[in-house]
Design a binder for this molecule. Structure first.
Ligand code: NAP
Ligand code: GCO
Length: 266
């Protein structure tokens, strides 16, 4: 395809927390579109397994141990990427955690821990890559938001607060840096089958589905959980020239959850 607007040839992408799950699928998609891939995580065992998994897919990903809440580790991570691959053209703020605790039982430390990873870290990483993106004439930042950027539910107050804030950080980066040809958009996955949601899908002792599993299927027009691969196309779109005039947008990839009141009584 002449001048393929979805090509990422010659680009360097950093996908945070991409040892597995959604981040891994997004990194795989960006690699398939031609990007050089860097990823990070905190745990050595995750890094080792991920490097093997990427290699099995023919992807020469560079993996680094770095905690996205630590500014010094972010600086070292970006220096290493610059040395080994080049400056970051595409930043995907994917690393995230959740704590499912009733708000009145959640400690301030637990609340802060979630916000630090899910909101402060995207700020720190975006702040760190933007000056070089400006110097290079532009760049792409993709923040992984959530249904909880729009909706609340019991026990996820810290996570929803962080993901709601991430939606607005996305819009503000777009507003402040659009003039430098930097596009900052979000992807808002629905309920995706990854380790993060495994507790919500665990079979009951009698082998029946987890009630939350059935609940999500009833709230999703597609009548299924998403899989990480459902996010590959949206990620390539927002990382590529095809979205150069899309800025401050949250692309919900949710099988229709946000459009649906829920399955009506039969
Ligand atoms: P996951 O399976 O829990 O994977 C999270 C990844 O982030 C892991 O590789 C983890 O590796 C890394 N990570 C966590 N904290 C980190 C830190 N401080 N520094 C560096 N890496 C860190 O999560 P997921 O389901 O793939 O979700 C990925 C993103 O999508 C998250 O932002 C999540 O909130 C969001 N999301 C998920 C869903 C869903 O239904 N699954 C839906 C909407 C949005 P280490 O533990 O080794 O650091
Ligand atoms: C939860 C889930 C959700 C998903 C996702 C939905 O406990 O409700 O973990 O928060 O992870 O964010 O978009």
């Amino acid at each position: 395809m002449k001048d393929n607007m979805f090509s990422l040839e010659g680009k360097v992408a950093l996908v945070t927390g991409a040892a597995y799950g959604i981040g891994f699928a997004i990194a795989e998609a960006l690699a398939e579109a031609g990007a050089k891939i860097a990823f990070n995580c905190r745990k050595e065992e995750h890094l080792a397994a991920a490097l093997k998994a990427y290699a099995e897919k023919g992807i020469e990903a560079k993996g680094y141990l770095a905690d996205v809440t630590d500014e010094e580790q972010i600086a070292s991570l970006l220096s290493a990427i610059e040395r080994e691959l080049g400056g970051v053209d595409i930043l995907v703020n994917n690393a995230g955690v959740i704590k499912r605790v009733p708000m009145h039982e959640m400690s301030a430390a637990e609340f802060r821990e979630v916000v630090d990873v899910d909101l402060v870290a995207p700020f720190l990483l975006s702040k760190a890559v933007i000056p070089a993106m400006i110097a290079r004439g532009g760049g792409k930042i993709i923040n992984i938001c959530s249904m909880m950027s729009e909706l609340g539910r019991e026990t996820v107050s810290a996570y929803a607060s962080a993901k709601g804030g991430l939606k607005m950080l996305t819009k503000n980066i777009a507003a402040e840096y659009g003039k430098y040809n930097i596009q900052c958009n979000g992807i808002g996955p629905g309920y995706i089958a990854t380790p993060q949601t495994a507790p919500l899908r665990q079979k009951q002792p009698d082998g029946s589905p987890h009630p939350f599993d059935s609940f999500i299927v009833s709230k999703t027009p597609a009548e299924r959980w998403g899989v990480p691969g459902d996010l590959k196309g949206p990620a390539v779109f927002l990382a590529s020239k095809a979205s150069d005039f899309v800025n401050g947008h949250i692309l919900y990839v949710d099988g229709g959850i946000l459009a649906y009141i829920g399955k009506q009584p039969q």
